[in-house]
Design a protein around this ligand. Sequence first.
Ligand SMILES: *Cc1c(COP(=O)(O)O)cnc(C)c1O
Length: 399
Amino acid sequence: MTEDPHDWETATRLVRGGLNRSSHGEMTEALYLTQSFSYDTAESADERFSGAAPGFIYARYGSPTVQMFEDRLALLEGAQACRATASGMAAVHLAMTGLIRAGDHVVSGKALFGSCRWILNTWAPRFGIETSFVDAPDLAAWRAAVRPNTKLFFLETPANPLLEICDVAAICALAKAIGAKVVVDNVFATPIYQSPLKLGADIVVYSATKHIDGQGRVMGGAILGDAALMEESYKDMARHTGPAISPFNAWILLKGLETLDLRVRRQTQTATALADLIAEHPRVKACRYPTRSDHPQYAIAQRQMTGGGTLIAFDVGTRAAAFRVLNALQIIDISNNLGDAKSMATHPSTTTHRSMSEEQRLEIGLTDGWVRLSVGLEGEADLARDIGRALDGLLANGL
Ligand SMILES: *Cc1c(COP(=O)(O)O)cnc(C)c1O
């Protein structure tokens, strides 16, 4: 009996999925740095260009190392097809614009990664596309926002930066009923803890820059979904507009996938413990973590996520207190990235969410006291001491 990779456990898929060895039998995945490909005959070039014969044509269209990364990620996600891109934002932009045209209407969650919000707020209107932003956990708000020309729902869950969670299955059912497509940005949950395609989403997007690299090196992104939809909506657009990922970056990410499950589970284990420690600190007004029972959408998280993930958000009341906490950290870095092996803390309202107006920030509950923590692979006791000392410093200074 021949092994079918679709029957493999996640850990095996991540190490062996998509592996395509050359005639040399190299043990690790090969890095093919080539822009173009040669053909034995003019006839074979003709066949490849027509699509009658398989094979690569030009690296903007696809190439062997990129293909291995795409195949491995598709296997992990349980998707028929995957297209890798140069960054997460290239993936989000392609994922959205491949599905909409002038005159269409989009409904989106309000709380989004800053650049995703910019595309819908500022860029899409130039092409005659309007967006209604809704409070994503409120299903009735999605229903009320639908118009006859609604073609796309876009959502992020848990959302950046306050980890609000929306009901993916219920929102997808609503979209299906009105003939709209659903794109889910699954960066915060990671493919380890949430599978939007199984919950009814049409397309899932990743910034591979985050947990998939996980070691702070390269940028990358990916779009995954049904093969026919991906071909119809994205193939020509990706080929002709050129968001292709570098084979080098794809190779780094391919190797990153090998340890994704291990890293994300360890980071989550530490994050779960730190979230409790932070929540219990007398100076913390609120702490959001998906598997804590005081999370406002805890019940939804229990249904659709199998783990809480590597991010925590907490409110210390004022900007001065938040800055003081960040400045007191000795191990954890101040940085706006996330999903890295190194823990990082950021003050969203002055960094990642700065491009939103104050009014928009207040609409999503993002006041100046919030800190977002991305938990890395360091020892739990060291991180607990670092964050505990920074919070204790607020008490000592009467902040
Ligand atoms: C980082 C991020 C993106 C953008 O990805 P880049 O790789 O930085 O382009 C999109 N969505 C979410 C939720 C992110 O965290």
